[in-house]
Design a protein around this ligand. Structure first.
Ligand code: SF4
Length: 753
């Protein structure tokens, strides 16, 4: 659509929603069902009215400098009547007010457009609701004059045109400011410049770029600066991160660049943004959902004016207008220039940002930070697990009418695990048909119950229901994809408990369309080598540009020692423990300062901790524990200040092995007592076979590459600046192997000890 063209749907969404936010789950017809029901209504009308009736009538009109376009579902000039058809499930009187007002607004727009086109003075507006289960229709009718419709619709067009004018002014000012934008520091260093130039080229050309840039490159600014400079080439920039600290870094980078005007939105999880945890998102329970749409226009305008919309700012604006901050943040994504959010907002099956790209045809530039995490995160998004325990747990909370369908699922569990011994795991070629049918029947029964009762399932049941829905949806994928990309297995656990998993190993098939629809994607991290690994695993386009930025650091800054006499293989751990503890203890005594030591598990960490405490009681130890809360994690990091002498013990791949910044004397050395290889077990071995079939290098793709990426991330905590010095001790003989050494940073000068 041209810039000043707007669809009837978009106009009405903007101007005509009223009343409460109401996100009570209501089952809706599938898109395919909806199309069939529209077709069914059109056939009824044609049968009744013959050639007088026209379906799907394209309309357009110009007003206030915008072109309004849309397609009315039915038009009968002899009455004259225009129809808008909506399919639904459940009770029509339970339909939220904001949805009903939206539907009326749409048919009013069509009525106005037809009055103007046909020069009619009055028209009959029909809102046709088709019950997807009953195949019956309810028709709501209003009679309008052309003058009244024109008064209403021209006011809406004017309101939207005013908003568009504001957006246009903002965009022009932003592009002019971006053209003048200067890098916030005197100069970029060489690596940073290389990265920035390549990001600029990718943004200009609409190409994907996979960039490995070591710690210290200043990646965030090197990506954001050229992205903003090239912003005339795309509509939205999404800075996507794996973890909360990544979001903070992106926001800090944007603050430093200080481009003005620029609307920046930070999306955080609903659980963190919610002001009424435990309440449901509708006006009867949450005061911030009450009248949400009535106050949204003023809140939206105020938020847009404010421009800097991190979580705190959104909370303030939302409080000022008494609306929900989380759903305000979702609304503001539509009007933002830059959105900073977790990966799942774009890559998850129902990701908001991806849905907006599809809906609006935006050209989106994706900046994907810490991208070595993306494969695992995407696997989790497209995997699913069900346990029999969950099945039993929800039974107590489930409405009686649904017990029968849940029992049928439980019977299928019995069949599924019957041939298995306790503790036995079995790989399945696909989900057993009868099991899947029972799950689908359960979903259908839940939908029916919600439709008939007009109520939502209780919250814990709803979670279980969504897991079942997700599993049923995944099971719809082509058999070939399931066989190639997934491991399906069932395990019989003790006392009748069992678990069924659909484990995704190759997320590329899900991610590739997400990259395709984007204008360009810059996928960057300090650890992506070898580059073919993430390129193929993530499903990046063949023509993705690959870039390895040289490190700004030199070998003299970091002494790296491989201890060949130590083995941390599980079978050797007890024997090597005293020698390993001696290396750590002696280093800490010889060069006092702050150190971090990384282990493969908490058990191993605790063994080392006990022996260190006994043999080196003078060392101040600070150990990571399982399930640390956010404030405990912050306290752990705060324990490493420039004047302290602290030895932190942590698990490789955990909260302290990446994403923390301890420059200068805050960290002078690291010990890595593991290669980070995922555990050898039947699931990982099957994953290896899956990788082997796909890439021909299953061991490296499953174990070696992911493990070494974690090692390099952890060791990368030591040297953060060109003025830093320190040491890394690699406490395992396998680090001396050629295939492992080639995965370590090429600027390291490694001594074999
Ligand atoms: S404040 Fe919480 S409960 Fe209320 S609408 Fe927002 S997210 Fe829902």
């Amino acid at each position: 659509m041209p810039v000043n063209a707007v669809s009837v749907g978009e106009l009405c969404r903007f101007v005509a929603r009223q009343g409460d936010l109401d996100l009570r789950f209501t089952p809706a017809p599938l898109a395919e069902e909806g199309r069939e029901l529209h077709q069914w209504v059109a056939e009824q009308r044609t049968a009744e009215w013959g050639d007088d009736f026209s379906a799907e009538v394209s309309l357009s009109i110009e007003h206030a400098g915008i072109t309004l376009r849309g397609r009315a579902d039915g038009w009968l000039p002899t009455l004259p009547q225009v129809e808008e058809v909506k399919s639904f499930r459940g009770k029509l009187n339970k339909m939220p007010e904001n949805r009903r007002s939206l539907h009326w607004a749409q048919v009013q727009c069509y009525g106005w457009m037809l009055c103007e086109r046909e020069q009619l003075e009055t028209i009959r507006l029909a809102l046709v609701y088709v019950d997807a289960d009953q195949h019956s229709e309810q028709i709501l009718v209003e009679y309008w004059t052309r003058a009244d419709l024109a008064a209403r619709c021209t006011a809406w067009c004017q309101a939207y045109a005013d908003w568009l004018a504001r957006l246009t002014t903002h965009r022009e000012a932003r592009l002019a400011a971006a053209a003048q934008l200067a890098f916030p520091y005197n100069a970029m260093h060489a690596g940073q410049r290389t990265l920035a130039e390549n990001v600029y080229i990718a943004s200009q050309r609409g190409q994907s770029l996979l960039a490995e840039a070591p710690t210290g490159t200043g990646k965030t600014l090197a990506c954001l600066f050229p992205a903003l400079k090239a912003s005339a080439r795309y509509d939205k920039c999404f800075f996507l991160t794996a973890k909360t600290p990544g979001r903070a870094l992106a926001l800090e980078g944007l603050r430093q660049l200080a481009l003005e005007p620029l609307v920046v939105v930070e999306l955080i999880a609903r659980t963190k943004a919610c002001e009424y945890p435990g309440q449901a998102c509708h006006g009867e329970e949450c005061p911030l959902a009450q009248g949400f749409f009535d106050r949204l226009p003023a809140a939206r305008a105020a938020a847009f004016e404010r421009q800097w919309l991190d979580a705190a700012a959104l909370r303030q604006v939302a409080a000022e207008f008494s609306i929900c901050p989380y759903y305000l943040s979702q609304e503001m994504c539509r009007w933002a220039d830059v959105v900073v959010a977790d990966y799942n907002y774009y890559f998850d099956a129902g990701g908001l940002l991806h849905a907006l790209v599809q809906e609006n045809g935006w050209r989106a530039l994706l900046l994907i930070d810490e991208a070595h995490n993306l494969a695992d995160r995407a696997r989790a998004m497209y995997s699913c697990a069900l346990t029999r325990k969950d099945n039993r747990a929800v039974r107590k909370l489930l409405p009686t009418a649904l017990h029968k369908s849940l029992k049928a699922v439980d019977r299928q569990w019995t069949q599924l695990v019957k041939p298995l011994a306790e503790g036995e795991r079995k790989r399945l070629a696909a989900l057993p048909e009868k099991f899947l049918a029972a799950l689908q029947q359960f979903v259908h029964a839940c939908n029916q119950w919600q439709a008939d009762s007009g109520r939502s399932l209780p919250e814990p049941v709803l979670e279980f229901y969504f897991s079942v829905v997700q599993l049923c949806k995944l099971a719809e994928m082509p058999a070939e994809q399931l066989a190639q990309d997934y491991i399906v297995d069932v395990t019989k656990i003790a006392r009748g408990e069992a678990a069924l998993h659909l484990r995704n190993g190759l997320p590329g098939r899900w991610l590739a369309p997400r990259f395709e629809v984007a204008h360009a994607a810059v996928i960057f991290s300090a650890t992506l080598s070898p580059m073919e690994f993430p390129r193929r695993l993530l499903g990046l386009p063949e023509d993705t540009a690959l870039l390895k930025v040289p490190s700004p650091f030199c070998a003299e800054q970091l002494s790296v020692t491989v201890h060949r006499k130590l083995s941390t293989r599980f079978a050797h751990r007890a024997a090597s423990l005293p020698a390993l503890v001696a290396v750590i203890g002696e280093q800490c005594l010889a060069a006092p300062g702050n150190y971090l030591a990384f282990f493969s598990s908490f058990d191993y960490l605790q063994q080392v901790e006990r022996l260190l405490s006994a043999r080196y009681p003078m060392l101040r130890l600070n150990s990571q524990t399982r399930h640390m809360r956010e404030q405990d994690r912050q306290a752990f990091v705060a324990g490493f200040d420039a004047g302290s002498q602290c030895l932190g013990l942590a698990v490789l791949g955990g909260a302290f092995s990446e994403g923390i910044d301890l420059p200068g004397n805050r960290l002078v050395g690291a010990f890595v007592a593991t290669l980070g290889l995922p555990q050898f077990n039947p699931v990982n071995e099957e994953m290896r076979q899956l990788m082997d079939r796909q890439f021909g290098n299953g061991y490296a793709y499953t174990y070696l590459y992911p493990g070494l990426q974690k090692v390099v991330q952890a060791a990368g905590r030591v040297i953060r600046k060109t003025t830093d010095n320190g040491c890394v001790h690699l406490l395992d003989d396998r680090f001396a192997d050629a295939e492992v050494r080639q995965l370590l940073p090429d600027w390291w000068q490694i001594e074999l000890g």
